[in-house]
Design a binder for this molecule. Sequence first.
Ligand code: BG6
Length: 253
Amino acid sequence: MTVRSGGSTLAPALWDVDAVVLDTDGVITDSARVHAAAWKDAFDAFLSEHPPEDPTQRRPFDIRADYLPYVDGRSRRDGAAAFLASRGLDPSAETVRAVAADKERLFTARLRENGVGVYPGTVRLVHALRRAGKSVAAASASRHARELLTRAGVLELFHALVDGGEAARLELPGKPHPDLFLEAARRLGVPPDRAAVVEDALAGVEAGRSGGFALVVGVDRTDSAGTRAGLARHGADMVVTDLGELLAAGAPQ
Ligand SMILES: O=P(O)(O)OC[C@H]1O[C@@H](O)[C@H](O)[C@@H](O)[C@@H]1O
């Protein structure tokens, strides 16, 4: 049976779920690259001021090799600590706070200068899900998620939002723990085995998998074999390059 409602058609993978929880950075808004670039500047400054003892660990922060496994999807402090530890540096609370504060300053400056865009394929999918009677939530480790969704003009499309501020207030452990997504599903009133998670981060697909969600969709906007394989290995049931692929062929573009 094809779910046709309001003229839109969802891909079969979504027919059997009642709700979809979408990560924000890189899934709804094109802000993952802004986070990654700000982290690179902050970590490279730190590495040149505090070079690791082992010369092989002194190379600059690399967005593919370092951002994806250690920082993407994790809270500000968890991401900073994971990367520093990966280079053999002591992730003391003080060091983590200093690097995270530097990244925050760089991130907000970039955001002020360039603004943030939204992925049109995601907006089309969210409209189609709503027309099909499904609930939709946004979830993010970022404390900026509400601001980003508001600036992009899409906040009102979501029935619930759990962001980094909420996660801290509720003391939810960050991704790869599933708590952020479970809280979003709880707010929608849908059990995880009736809901899908959509994520671009390795820690995020892992969270969807360990949360027992019915479907975990990975998003790889670079369409690289390595990233797709990584997302699948960490728990994605399927990987798309754009969320428009979750609309059935023939659905309005
Ligand atoms: O510093 P913020 O805005 O609270 O964001 C925390 C994290 O949010 C995640 O969504 C990003 O993938 C990370 O790069 C970022 O560090």
